[in-house]
Design a protein around this ligand. Sequence first.
Ligand code: FE
Length: 374
Amino acid sequence: MPSRAMMSAAPMTTPLFLTLKTSSAALALSAMLALTGCNKPAEQSSADNAEAPTKSESAAADTGQTVTIYSSRNEQLIKPLLDEFTKQTGINVDLVTDSSGPLIARLKAEGKNTPADMLLTVDAGNLWQAAQDGLLQPVHSTVLDSNVPAKYRDPDGLWTGLSLRARTIFYDPSKVKPEQLSTYADLADPKWKGKLCLRTSKKVYNQSLVASMIEHLGRDKTEQIVRGWVANLATDVFSDDTNLLEAIAAGQCEVGIANSYYYGRIVDEKPDFPVKIFWANQGTTGTHVNISGAGVTLGAKNPEGAIKLMEWLSSDQAQGLYASADKEFPVKEGIDKSALLKSWGEFKQDDINVQKFGALQTQAIQMMDKAGYK
Ligand code: FE
């Protein structure tokens, strides 16, 4: 017998959000989103969006009318969107915010008794881990299938991407010409000795990047590259991408690898920030792209509501705002990007299924450890 979550919820057809786009309410919503950003600017290395656990939006007593989310995303970012979902569907949202690790630990401890219907977090590596721990249930939704390209969904329907983030190369244009840059692998070349900045290998973002390289290049070649990176480091690894980008601006290093939205947040405030973005691996496998995404918990009391919310977040109405709020990219194709993102130009994305980042995570961690990448 299929679980309730295996039934596809009806597609959302409410046009209210589009209508609101031109209204003052929508302008207020957009302004709020523009101000908040997804993660905290001073993100801690140990958390996607480190915040004290909070609970908001006291829900209706009837759980059939409520979706409870365990979320590692910044509450200020998603709350306006969730409010809009409630307005359109009458389904309340109970939001519990914490960083990814504690939320997954909590789901494990609670098992089937969890009050959570949905896990909302960043990085396919985290979602894969939750699925691996048996915390999520398969969802088969024709709406998600059509809105989210297959490479950004779990092949078994355990989780789906809802926005995209590119992890690419950044450089100091006063010292480096874009023609000198090409691939992540090239940053291992001795010509970058003493010039490279990297974030810690403890962060899942780098584990996912290295996992993708293992998939494309094999273990030996990837290990060689990671050793080359370590040999080229200008300074100790950074605890977050923002500090790394600031270090390039300060002349501490000439090149580095970071997620594009951290850069977007900085240049949004400082248009003259003296660091440029370079789309890595355009002549080869494409730039490494990861997701933020969600899955329905195994113990969900309202899986239909959770699916409806995931479908809504993947819709045209929500995609542009959900993604652009934190300078991320929409996961749905054909959605208009913000002027800032457009200014970075089009780029070829890696075609790898992001599920691989999880599957190769342990190998990636062991390899980075062995190669001396702290
Ligand atoms: Fe982040």
